[in-house]
Design a binder for this molecule. Sequence first.
Ligand code: ATP
Ligand code: MG
Length: 546
Amino acid sequence: MNKPSKPSQPASTSNFIKHVIESDLSAKKHIAIRTRFPPEPNGYLHLGHAKSILLNFGLAKEYGGSCNLRFDDTNPEKEEQEYVDSIIDSVKWLGADFGGKALYASDYFDKMYECAEYLVTSGNAYVDSQSADEMKKNRGDFTHPGVDSPFRSRSSAENLSLLKEMKDGKHPDGTHVLRAKIDMKSQNMNLRDPAIYRIKRATHHRTGDKWPIYPMYTYAHPIEDAIERITHSICTLEFEDQRPFYDWLLNKLADGKLLERPLPQQIEFARLNLTHVLLSKRLLIKLVEDKHVDGWDDPRMPTLAGARRRGYTAEGFRRFAERIGVSKANQMIDYSILEDCMREHLNEIAPRRMAVLDPIKLVIENYPEGQEELMDVPNHPQKPEWGKRQVPFSRELYIEREDFTDAPEKGYFRLFPGNKVRLRYAYVVECEGWHNGVVRCRYLPETRSGTPGADSVKVKGNIHWVSKKHAHQSEVRLYDRLFSAERPDRTEHLNPKSLNVIQAQLERNLAGTEAGAVQFERHGYFMADRGGFNRTVTLRDSWTRQ
Ligand code: ATP
Ligand code: MG
């Protein structure tokens, strides 16, 4: 049902990352740029990842380069194939083109190990056999320099044979660690001989039990980037302090001819923080495991899988990313900005339909029993080219409960005894009263919409309806914020009213078909999902005003 809308391609705004890329290209440092999106497959992607995906793939597209999807699967205990599959799905859904083939850090384990042997033989790494506690103690802190490990002066030959034994599974977990040999007194804690390999017997989702040792993320990541000839390795700000190690490592390996220059350049940007949600896989896993939600793709979840079921669109995310921009300063973005972007896009693509969410009956006493008419109803008020559909009208209708009252307050223009309203796209009716739970009306036959007499009676209220006989009853899920707190950090902040499941009466055009995104007039945008409809977003921002 979704009709394509005119591509609106606003000139994309500049930012500090583009400046770096542009100057690298004009200095001919690279012929073409290559970026990457490197998720760890330890959960589903969340809304924060959308920012990173759109940034990395967007830059590649804008500068005629390419972008890899690479799984950073160096931590076997927390990683699963289910996560890999869902991540690929979400990346594709966002419209990111990774050339159809996902890459895996685990495919480079051999190369990473070869690099480790080189670091050992060139005197840039050593096997440390201190206990974890000793290692921690000797690392110092921000005010105290670290202390060299007693194993730091092992010979290359001894280090190499120990490393080989580690790889061959000759030592128990945790007994030795391979460390880069840099400077235990560095101001930057990350340069105090960081660990690069640990012994860990764990089954990897791709390499199985082949490796009893696994590289540390901070060691693996730069090598992955260099192997793939990434030009600009864009990451979030918390990695800023890792950049000196990133550069140290790659330069050593390039000096040893294990990697080629030009080496990738790490650039940091501020991660997306949104009000009313949690953007951390670790915390999202908890919501799923403790069954606060109905799985990772629960439409209330701030995951891309959830957002998609909720009815958010990839284009809406693109507009959002463009609107919030890219910066070096951390900031909190109001969730309503994301909703605005979705609303704006859905307004362009969603056909209009009538749906009564909280039904009461209305009977038109002077409308002949058994008579039916088909009313012509526009599919989109601003898009006449989308045409009209026919909606059946009859003597008994459903209207919204809130569209009738027998005790109207000042300014209430809808149905109350003695008042007239227009039944949208149909007739003006006058309310006679309320009896046995049914609103009683008379209609004015000369006022049918689209006929010359339509405007002969002026009314202030205009309400939607569904013919009772023709209605399609359906489950509709109304969602609210998952967390009521603006900056949630625990489950007590969950909004107990985040889901409200109702039975609604819909116009029959919504039955049967996979409707996609629709607007229920006066109610909001909805997405067909699992035999019912999910409310994506209300027509107006109802939260900020509260
Ligand atoms: P989480 O803390 O949720 O597990 P993560 O950073 O550990 O997130 P990764 O799978 O390592 O998750 O992230 C893949 C990429 O997405 C990284 O480059 C990371 O910097 C980026 N990313 C993660 N969260 C955000 C965010 N909130 N905003 C922007 N980019 C993000
Ligand atoms: Mg991570």
